[in-house]
Design a binder for this molecule. Structure first.
Ligand SMILES: Nc1ncnc2c1ncn2[C@@H]1O[C@H](COP(=O)(O)OP(=O)(O)OP(=O)(O)O)[C@@H](O)[C@H]1O
Length: 194
């Protein structure tokens, strides 16, 4: 049985869209297809003018948390952030690794390895890493999950800042207040079916 049928969605450049809807309705499947991590049986998906996922250029422009992160054995929180910066051609100091860890409340855990962090701290690190690297489009699956209320407010503010500086955002969320605070337009999964 198809999960998604007749779904149409456009995210204009420089805007944010948040898809809401009940458990199992297909939000993650949609984000996986848009990220090129899952291939639909039919239909057409264009991301930044091309098919998703097929080129290094796509992954240079698109930062996503749709796929759960895996951690490098023995590398600390700070080293993960430095690695992400270097992989994207940024000097970690210029990119503001320490500031990013501070913003995400991870300064005290900079020298810890990610598996030792709490689930909410791991989610903070995951978001810190996608926001630290340069990108044109963020694709986030329930970024608010496992965050406390201060963390949600802080991340919503950072997403609003990302949009204000020209980025585009597609996310799924169960928290409408969080999505609104991030500056994303809310749309229900059901309303996307034509
Ligand atoms: N790997 C898989 N194999 C088979 N079916 C899957 C798989 N992943 C998801 N599904 C099914 O696809 C449907 C949509 O799941 P999806 O994860 O996209 O929903 P969702 O809207 O993101 O849900 P949630 O709000 O719980 O995160 C569900 O019926 C689910 O059972």
């Amino acid at each position: 049985m198809p999960v998604l049928a007749g779904v149409a969605l456009t995210v204009p450049a420089g805007t944010g869209v948040c898809v809401t809807g009940e458990n199992g309705i297909g939000k993650s499947t949609l984000l996986r297809c848009v990220s090129g991590l899952q291939r639909p049986d039919g239909g057409r998906i264009r991301v930044l003018g091309a098919a998703p996922g097929g080129s290094p250029g796509f992954w240079a422009a698109v930062a996503t948390t749709v796929e759960p992160p895996t951690w490098y054995p023995g590398l600390t929180t700070r080293e993960h952030a430095e690695l992400v910066c270097r992989a994207h051609g940024q000097d970690p100091d210029d990119a503001g690794v320490d500031e990013a860890l501070e913003r995400f409340g991870l300064s005290g855990h900079a020298d810890a390895i990610p598996p030792s962090l709490s689930s909410g701290q791991k989610q903070r690190l995951t978001l810190a890493l996608v926001l630290l690297r340069p990108s044109t489009l963020l694709i986030l699956d329930e970024p608010e999950q496992r965050l406390d209320s201060d963390g949600r407010a802080a991340v919503a503010g950072m997403l609003a800042e990302y949009l204000a500086t020209g980025g585009s955002l597609l996310m799924a969320s169960h928290d409408e207040r969080f999505a609104e605070a991030s500056g994303a337009a809310l749309t229900t999964m059901a309303s996307l079916v034509r």
